[in-house]
Design a protein around this ligand. Structure first.
Ligand code: DX5
Ligand code: ZN
Length: 218
């Protein structure tokens, strides 16, 4: 299982996004972009115009995590402006199958995110429609929160579901991922790791990415 690291620019300096992206360009696999609308989550970040500019400025493919209401309306546009991956929240989508298909049709990988309290089993049948399942390991909205260990059994169940389905689905975790927590998330079966504060809170973000990867493959 190849390990991938997706640093979250939520913890970066928003006035210097291109430089912050460049800082991890040679060590990370993706750049995680948290889109928040102050409705689905109680925080507001950035939207399409910034994603479009960042796509041109950054060498890494963009992993857009949409924490917004009505992702059915907005998600395809993120794929259209060049995001490599677009993840919608199951709790917010009214027509997830249609939206996931539309993301793929626009040429991006389609992701489905579940909050800590959202049952995995309700979405198991959608696996053939997704390229990545994102299991939130914090309640979405803010960086720097503590990893919720209660999600570990869900990660294990998702790993089993994915393996038995035979589908090529990546299993991402997001929230509180650090050198201390990444090992147990990896042991439970996650293979794509989002890390905000653990990367951009470090003096050397590239070295922090390398350290996380080393911990995950232990
Ligand atoms: C939280 C966001 C995360 C956030 C993670 O709602 O989805 O991507 O940036 O930050 P850390 O790694 O600091 O928990
Ligand atoms: Zn995120």
């Amino acid at each position: 299982m190849a390990i991938q690291i997706s640093p979250s620019i939520l913890s970066a300096d928003f006035a210097h996004l291109a430089d912050e992206a460049a800082a991890v360009a040679h060590s990370a696999d993706w750049l995680h972009v948290d889109v928040m609308d102050n409705h689905f989550v109680p925080n507001l970040t950035l939207g399409l115009p910034i994603v479009e500019s960042l796509r041109k400025a950054a060498a890494l493919p963009l992993d857009c995590h949409l924490m917004i209401e009505d992702p059915d309306r907005w998600a395809p546009a993120y794929a259209e402006v060049g995001a490599g991956s677009v993840t919608i929240h199951a709790e917010a989508a009214s027509a997830p199958v249609r939206t996931l298909r539309e993301i793929r049709r626009q040429g991006a990988r389609a992701g489905l995110a579940l909050n800590p309290a959202t049952a995995l089993e309700s979405y198991a049948d959608l696996l053939p429609e997704v390229d990545m399942m994102l299991l939130m390991t914090v309640e979405p909205g803010f960086g720097g929160q503590k990893f919720i260990d209660l999600v570990l059994p869900k990660i294990e169940r998702a790993r089993k579901l994915i393996d038995s389905s035979g589908a090529q689905v990546w299993l991402q975790v997001d929230g509180g991922v650090s050198a201390e927590t990444i090992e147990r998330a990896a042991a439970a079966g996650a293979d794509v790791f989002v890390a905000g504060s653990a990367v951009y809170g470090a003096d050397d973000p590239a070295a922090a990415v390398d350290a996380l990867r080393a911990q995950a493959v232990k």
